[in-house]
Design a protein around this ligand. Structure first.
Ligand SMILES: Cc1cc2nc3c(=O)[nH]c(=O)nc-3n(C[C@H](O)[C@H](O)[C@H](O)COP(=O)(O)OP(=O)(O)OC[C@H]3O[C@@H](n4cnc5c(N)ncnc54)[C@H](O)[C@@H]3O)c2cc1C
Length: 396
């Protein structure tokens, strides 16, 4: 069988590309349904983009790489598409846009766009050998127990990262990159809870607080959540993408609060109250109890000197803890690293050295922050490759 374009992966990026790549597109996926990660994303409501999307919200060895695709297919373009399909949506917080009803609306929209573009979809299909004669790619596919060789002028790799293997993530894209000699930035889990082997936060499991969590010089003001195994919540997930194993993270438990001024006021108005009682007005009481021993939070407010209060406030504003690891790919929302962008055209997502070979979405070394950025990268990069293929650029 011969097609113009074979797309590996019917996820966010693959379906978007299929809708724009012109005639003769076949999308294959080993899963039984398309867009499984879209379906579970955003708690079932899919945080499909972010109003504030800009290249600064992405991590990559080349921080300029994402600009071209993000600038040519923007969050506004995707919102227009969602509106054209009459999908109701709302902004939740921080520019994050979610479906009102269900993430399945986004999958149905992409499937409809694929049907409109006459792109074919084969699910439950296994990939075998990939050959290349310098012009065409030949891929052996197994479907319904039968092997079939498919020849394609363009091969688009949209097979995602390694996150959540239970949902079918395989890291196939990295193998294909290696097969064609493309360099990789070592993949690792991102947007992932951090763990402590001594389970020191077990007594605090379930406690949440606003915090600024900083790792690798980048800080995020969002919620922090203590878990049986360590730290989670949006602030920690965000910071995890900047965290290097062995390094401490800094937790500011009183972001945007003049705690010192407030405590000095309480010393005046509530001199007989215990320091821990007053601190519990500003922090969860269980957290204050937990910190009391390490920070020697003893005595009444009247007992506290200015210097002592300043020391406590400084400790709460820069609480340093060193995670022993992360929950890994089992729960990571994304995979950092991937196909080195040096090997790709930022305009077309095509491999510079292999005409007709494209990498899009999460398998590329472009990883977004939490908040709809990763889907926007999937839409933008998928669109960029689709456009290039339709217009016959990128070496095809
Ligand atoms: C729990 C969770 C929630 C998330 N929520 C959000 C959110 O709300 N907003 C946001 O922006 N991002 C979110 N993300 C991240 C987002 O889902 C991904 O960044 C995005 O799906 C990447 O798109 P992709 O098309 O590159 O890869 P994927 O969507 O992962 O698609 C890859 C496809 O390739 C297929 N595939 C993989 N290996 C093979 C193989 N060997 N053979 C054949 N097919 C293969 C897979 O079955 C899959 O269909 C979430 C991720 C998770 C895990």
């Amino acid at each position: 069988m011969k097609v113009q374009t074979l797309i590996i992966g019917a996820g966010a990026a693959g379906m978007m590309c299929a809708a724009h790549a012109g005639p003769g597109v076949l999308v294959v996926d080993h899963a039984r349904a398309a867009g499984e990660k879209i379906r579970i994303s955003g708690g079932g409501r899919c945080n499909f983009t972010n109003l504030h999307t800009a290249a600064d919200n992405f991590i990559s060895q080349n921080r300029h790489f994402a600009k071209s695709a993000l600038g040519r297919y923007t969050q506004w373009d995707f919102i227009a598409l969602v509106d054209a399909h009459r999908i109701p949506w709302h902004e939740k917080t921080l520019g994050q846009l979610f479906c009102d009803t269900s993430a399945k609306d986004v999958i149905a929209m992409l499937r409809a766009e694929m049907v409109r573009a006459r792109a074919e979809l084969w699910l439950d299909t296994q990939l075998g050998e990939i050959g290349h004669d310098g012009t065409d790619f030949t891929v052996t596919l197994t479907r319904n127990g039968r092997d079939q060789a498919v020849t394609a002028r363009n091969l688009v790799v949209a097979s995602g990262g390694k996150s959540i293997p239970k949902m079918g993530a395989t890291g196939l894209g990295y193998q294909i990159a290696a097969r064609f000699g493309l360099p990789l930035v070592t993949p690792r889990p991102g947007l992932v809870p951090l763990t402590f082997s001594d389970e020191r936060f077990k007594p605090l499991a379930g406690v949440a607080a606003p915090a600024r969590v900083t790792a690798g010089g980048t800080g995020f003001d969002e919620a922090l959540l203590f878990t049986h195994r360590g730290l989670s919540g949006p602030a920690v997930l965000q910071a995890s993408s900047y965290w290097d194993e062995g390094d401490p993270i800094s937790v500011n438990l009183t972001p945007g609060t003049d705690l010192l001024g407030a405590l000095q006021g309480h010393r005046h108005s509530d001199p007989r109250k215990a320091l821990t009682t007053i601190l519990s007005l500003y922090l969860p009481a269980r957290l204050v109890d937990y910190l009391a021993e390490g920070l020697t939070l003893t005595g009444t407010m009247a007992d506290q000197s200015d210097a002592r209060l300043a020391t406590i406030c400084a400790a709460l504003a820069d609480w340093q803890v060193t995670p022993s690891g992360s929950e890994g790919y089992r729960t990571a929302e994304v995979t950092l690293g991937g196909v080195d962008t040096d090997a790709l055209s930022s305009q077309t997502m095509a491999a510079k050295a292999v005409p007709g070979l494209y990498f899009i979405g999460e398998c590329v070394d472009v990883t977004g922050w939490l908040g709809g950025y990763n889907f926007q990268w999937a839409w933008s990069s998928g669109w960029a490759a689709g456009q290039a293929i339709r217009q016959g650029q990128g070496g095809s």
